[in-house]
Design a protein around this ligand. Structure first.
Ligand SMILES: Nc1ncnc2c1ncn2[C@@H]1O[C@H](COP(=O)(O)OP(=O)(O)OP(=O)(O)O)[C@@H](O)[C@H]1O
Ligand SMILES: O=P(O)(O)OC[C@H]1O[C@](O)(CO)[C@@H](O)[C@@H]1O
Ligand SMILES: [Mg+2]
Length: 508
């Protein structure tokens, strides 16, 4: 198969002139045309068609990421300095093959069509930046997550030690730091120990994303590599920054590094810090279990993060085995009547004497905030009402007033504790790989991408792929079925006998 990627830039020089000039003229928007009979490359034609698709033989499709050459055709390249780096020089095949790509779906059927592929991350033989000319900057946005400092550390040390980049700046306080704060100079010696601390040494914020002012600042300061660590909102912001940079035809690589405690970013296997957060959540669940076991009709309620996606709650429940019921935003529930939560709690108290309930912060918001106008945070995210307090109150009221039954309920809210800790060992290694993959991509001239593992292989993923929707727990998948079988909780999917007004079923 001939996979003639636009990233094998020398191949473009062998194409007929007419094709080269078409590519160069339409450098910002993409159009389809066929190369060498076996390969179709999609390059930009309109602002709404941003995809860069490469078709190969046998249904092969690569959803590629932009490259600086797409809009700056005459760029010099240089041998990758890793070739003479003592640590890497002896490694056989340290550089990835230009054609390497990663399939999005690895479970296939005999006759199913092939899935799309993403460009494999890793160092290339050629780079499009002289290390001495690189002016890199790092910014962190959105909520905290275990491992942000590790990513910052590895970006600084990786740029410095692998590529010899001398100028790396930290933007203070999120996106608005580009135009409202000074840049901090970062070097390996001042980030050496930061991976042992939670939070972000750069500070973070929500809101304040003014693309024009950010790009003006990037341009004025001569920044040419921008590393942006943040969640779904941040990646959308990174995408608009990239578009503006591309419109101005600046030689600046924009790289997104996905950070989300909620694990709500699409395509990637799992977000960094997630495992650390689940481990910390288990400590709260253990405490709730101890309290519940010791009280009369003891109930432990634990609220965990998860605005739209209940992954932390689901994995903590599965890991603990002490949880009797897990409520997540993706699975609507109701309180009263047959098949409702109260009935289940009473049965479990009668059979076991105690019960542990885990609730993700976004669960039940439809019941809580019905008819209420929701406030928003500075980024435009809906502010949630406290489902943990509400649920605890409802349970207490029901057993005291309706069932006249004594219960002992303890409510534990460890939400910020699970995200403020340093990352664990495996997350640290994951953060290191993410940072290195990001650096290799930027040095190789790629831009406008998010980096992350797809089926275990680090890949370069176009921004729109990770921002077009949210990763959510699929309650018709086997993982949720495993959870239901471990807790034996109701599925809350048969609401016909429940009290009217307490039910809202979403269609998935
Ligand atoms: N659609 C958007 N376009 C441009 N910028 C955005 C967009 N959505 C959010 N941002 C900006 O991205 C930054 C972070 O967004 P947000 O507060 O939603 O956190 P996040 O990156 O999604 O992280 P978290 O995992 O904590 O939700 C903010 O500065 C916000 O203004
Ligand atoms: O209080 P903050 O910092 O806005 O963060 C709260 C939100 O951040 C997240 O951790 C990530 O989006 C959510 O789970 C949570 O609702
Ligand atoms: Mg978000």
């Amino acid at each position: 198969m001939c996979i003639n990627s636009p990233n094998q830039h020398s191949d473009f020089q062998t194409l007929p002139n007419s094709i080269i000039s078409r590519k160069q003229k339409s450098s910002i928007y993409y159009s389809f045309f066929v190369l060498m009979g076996s390969l179709t490359v999609a390059i930009p034609t309109s602002p709404t068609d941003k995809k860069k698709i490469i078709h190969g033989d046998d249904g092969y499709v690569l959803e590629d990421v932009p490259h600086l050459l797409d809009y700056i055709p005459k760029l010099s390249n240089y041998p990758n300095p890793l070739q003479s780096n003592p640590a890497y020089a002896t490694t056989k095949q340290y550089f990835v093959n230009e054609d390497d790509s990663v399939a999005q779906k690895i479970v296939v059927h005999k006759n199913s069509p092939r899935s799309i592929h993403f460009r494999r991350a890793g160092p290339r033989q050629k780079v499009y930046f002289e290390p001495i000319d690189v002016n890199a900057c790092i910014v962190t946005c959105g909520g905290l997550c275990p491992g942000i400092n590790t990513v910052i550390r590895e970006l600084v040390c990786g740029l410095h030690d692998m590529y010899g980049v001398p100028k790396i700046y930290g933007i203070q306080g999120g996106y608005k730091g580009f135009y409202s704060n000074n840049y901090n100079f970062l070097e390996p010696k001042n980030v050496n120990d930061i991976h042992k601390k939670g939070g972000t040494i750069l500070g973070t914020s929500r809101g304040g994303q003014n693309t024009t002012k950010i790009v003006d600042n990037i341009q004025d300061r001569g920044i040419n590599q921008v590393y942006i660590i943040g969640g779904d909102g941040t990646q959308k912001g990174a995408s608009t920054i990239f578009e503006e940079i591309q419109r101005r035809r600046l030689k600046v690589s924009v790289v997104g590094i996905p950070k989300t405690i909620d694990n709500d970013i699409m395509v990637i296997d799992k977000s960094f810090g997630f495992d650390s957060a689940v481990e910390e959540a288990l400590r709260a669940i253990n405490a709730a279990h101890v309290e519940a076991e010791s009280g009369e009709n003891g109930i432990g309620v634990v609220k965990l993060m998860g605005r739209h996606s209940g992954f932390i709650a689901m994995y903590a429940t599965l890991a603990s085995r002490d949880v009797d019921c897990c409520l997540i935003p993706e699975s609507p529930f109701y309180l009263e009547g047959k098949g409702g939560l109260f009935e289940f709690i009473e049965k479990r108290l009668k059979s076991n004497g105690h019960l542990v309930l885990v609730v993700a912060e976004g669960a039940g918001q439809d019941i809580l905030s019905a008819n209420l106008e929701s406030a928003k945070d500075p980024s435009g995210n809906k502010l949630l009402l406290d489902v943990g307090i509400w649920l605890s109150q409802k349970i207490n009221d029901y057993f005291a007033n309706v069932r006249k039954m004594l219960i002992t309920l303890k409510y534990i809210d460890p939400t910020y504790m699970v995200r403020a800790i340093p990352s664990n060992a495996s997350d640290n290694v994951y953060c290191t790989l993410l940072a290195h993959s990001a650096i290799h991509g930027a040095m190789a001239g790629y831009t406008g991408f998010t980096v992350g593992p797809v089926n275990g292989r680090h890949s370069y993923i176009p921004f729109d792929r990770v921002t077009e929707s949210r990763n959510k727990v699929v309650i018709t998948d086997r993982m949720w079925a495993r959870l239901l079988s471990s807790t034996n909780q109701p599925s809350f999917l048969e609401p016909e006998n429940a009290k009217a007004g307490d039910i809202k079923i979403d269609v998935f």
